[in-house]
Design a binder for this molecule. Structure first.
Ligand code: GCB
Length: 594
């Protein structure tokens, strides 16, 4: 098979806050070629195809070339390919994209091609030269293209994206969401000066919250450089000097008004060096646990939440990627009365956490270590660790995020627990200002007491000892027990840690009515919610919930004709945004719950 010598890998610390830099969006129509046999990459014997699509040839350029991008159809970028073209609805495989790039204009500036996300494996060529490879469908990657873009020629980018599900992928083959393929997030051409602020981290010091603590990392100049950190509203101008690696840590006293869901106060932050400046809006808050409590700014908080997939609300359910789609989703979250949301099951797009910062919604963010990945494989661990790193590096300045989740519903084994402890350590090392969690299972037992059968649920996953907050997904009344059994539940934990009910729910297509015990009706969904919420009142260590799920979402796992039609119907609103009866149950509960 074709081997390409030491391919450039994506740098895990892609440019912080690229939207606030001078940039050109490459959103629009990109030509594409569907290539299930990877003809554009390999020749007939598995060697390199000399006329590979990455070279952007046409039959006019060479008689042996059998493709022509500019005569090929187009897809919108950003966008999943599945919902743009009927023929691609179920497609899993390779697809090639082609787009012309603007000429390089500023000779002294540097240019970076930045992909917000492409699912799942991507290789990028600029003017025929490979510039970056990236694995993982939900995190950003970039390549410097300063030297490649030329004046006076038609510069072009070709991207090969393959969304095949892989046993050794993260996620693995089996999930419960649509495997949207393609360049699903925005592509930017970001312009920076020669020396610039590549990364920064600025939050309250969790150990001394009267201080702001963080770091700045420069790119392009190893000599000591002065960096000014400015928070005008707080009257703060702090100057530090970078070391020989372009790095400078900082901490300074600051009397900040704390960010909270009720008052999502954001401050203008400006970081400058001679010749470069980056602006951000940052909030300050503390988050910690004390026994079974979660403390936000030192006060116990109950997380009134909802889970959501990154799918838009509208005529056609599709992968969401824009600011307006993020706003629409968070408008619903707020309307439900939430102060918290679980962004399942992978890192959502750049706009989501920014919107949550603005709207005052606390967030759980997670990586797609879902069900059963290959726990025994070092490569899989590396892949998961990289995706976690890319998510944390991209989002660790977002105040709304309080929880990094490292896994969802993973079956307990020594190999799995070892794997997840590694991820937990990575999260803690990269970001000591937040809590870690995972969605786990409880152990069910039966207990006879006073002549009745009680069902006890115990959280005894060995991973729990390593996490700050315990998440539990349970489908009492849907997959496991009857609705009437829910009232006979008793929850047990000796962990002395807060518990979040990270999932529960029931499926109901909008408009389908029946009795309270008729499955697949809105009435049954209401019964499950009522019984679940009443059960939760008796769990002394519960500190929040994120029912499954805000909106019906696409999934090939749910074929039941006339009911599911390839949608998971556990939404509180339909895929087109119509509220179901259970919406009111949750809304009312959140109004009452303090
Ligand atoms: C789960 C999974 C979630 C599924 C949900 C369901 O436990 O975490 O991804 O979609 O159950 O509907 O079964």
């Amino acid at each position: 098979m074709l081997t390409i010598p030491s391919p450039p890998q994506a740098d895990m610390t892609s440019i912080q806050n690229p939207y606030k830099r001078t940039h050109t969006s490459l959103s629009g129509d990109w030509h594409y070629i569907v290539d299930p046999y990877e003809t554009g990459f390999y020749d007939m014997f598995g060697g390199e195809n000399n006329f590979g699509y990455f070279r952007n040839l046409t039959p006019e350029d060479h008689w042996a070339s059998e493709y022509n991008f500019s005569a090929s159809p187009t897809l919108k970028v950003p966008g999943d390919w599945n919902t743009q073209e009927d023929k691609l609805f179920w497609y899993e495989g390779t697809l090639w994209y082609f787009h012309e790039l603007p000429e390089s204009k500023a000779i002294h500036n540097r240019l970076f091609l930045r992909f917000g996300g492409a699912n799942y494996d991507s290789i990028v060529w600029v003017n025929g030269q490979e510039v970056v490879r990236h694995t993982g469908g939900f995190t950003p990657f970039e390549a410097e293209v300063t030297q490649l873009l030329q004046q006076g020629i038609k510069n072009f980018v070709v991207v090969k994206v393959n969304n095949e599900r892989l046993r050794d992928g993260v996620p693995t083959k089996n999930t419960d969401w649509w495997n949207y393929g393609g360049i699903t997030r925005e592509v930017l051409l970001v312009e920076t000066p020669e020396v610039f602020v590549r990364d920064y981290f600025c939050q309250l010091d969790p150990k001394a919250p009267e201080q702001i603590k963080g770091f700045v990392q420069l790119d392009g100049n190893p000599t000591p450089t002065e960096v000014t950190i400015n928070l005008t509203e707080l009257d703060i101008t702090h100057v530090v000097t970078t070391d020989s690696q372009g790095f400078a840590g900082f901490s300074f006293l600051a009397d900040t008004e704390r960010w909270s869901p009720e008052s999502p106060k954001l401050y203008d932050l400006v970081i400058s060096i001679a010749g470069d400046q980056i602006k951000d809006k940052i909030g300050f808050r503390t988050i910690e646990t004390r026994g079974e409590d979660i403390l936000l700014n030192g006060e116990p908080i109950f997380l009134k939440g909802i889970s959501l997939h990154e799918e838009s609300i509208g005529e056609t359910a599709k992968r969401a990627n824009s600011e307006s789609e993020a706003r629409q989703l968070f408008d619903e979250v707020k309307a439900l009365g939430c102060n918290y949301a679980r962004l399942a099951h992978y890192p959502h797009n750049d706009h989501m956490a920014r919107m949550a910062d603005e709207k005052g919604v606390l967030l759980w963010c997670e990586v797609p270590v879902y069900w059963s990945v290959n726990w025994e494989s070092e490569e899989v661990l590396d892949n998961a660790r990289t995706q976690l790193t890319e998510m944390i590096v991209r989002d660790r300045n977002r105040t709304s995020i309080i929880l990094w989740s490292i896994a969802n519903e993973t079956p307990v084994s020594d190999a799995r627990t070892k794997f997840l402890i590694e991820l937990n350590t990575t999260a803690k090392t990269l970001d000591p200002t937040r809590l870690t969690t995972a969605a786990m299972f409880m152990r069910p037992d039966k207990l006879e007491e006073d002549g009745r059968t009680l069902r006890t649920y115990t959280l005894d996953d060995p991973l729990a000892d390593h996490l700050d907050v315990l998440g539990c997904n349970q489908y009492l009344g849907w997959y496991y027990t009857k609705v009437s059994d829910i009232a006979n539940s008793r929850w047990v934990s000796d962990k002395n840690k807060p518990l979040l009910m990270s999932e529960f729910g029931a499926g109901a297509p909008k408009g389908k009515r029946g009795g309270p015990e008729d499955r697949w009706t809105e009435d049954y969904q209401v019964s499950v919610y009522e019984a679940q919420l009443s059960m939760m009142e008796d769990i002394s260590f519960i500190r929040g919930l994120s029912p499954w799920i805000l909106k019906d979402f696409r999934t090939p796992k749910r074929p039941l004709a006339g009911v599911q039609d390839y949608f998971n119907r556990k939404g509180l609103i339909s895929d087109t945004g119509e509220r179901k009866l259970a919406w009111d149950i949750v809304h009312e509960y959140y109004q009452k719950r303090s």
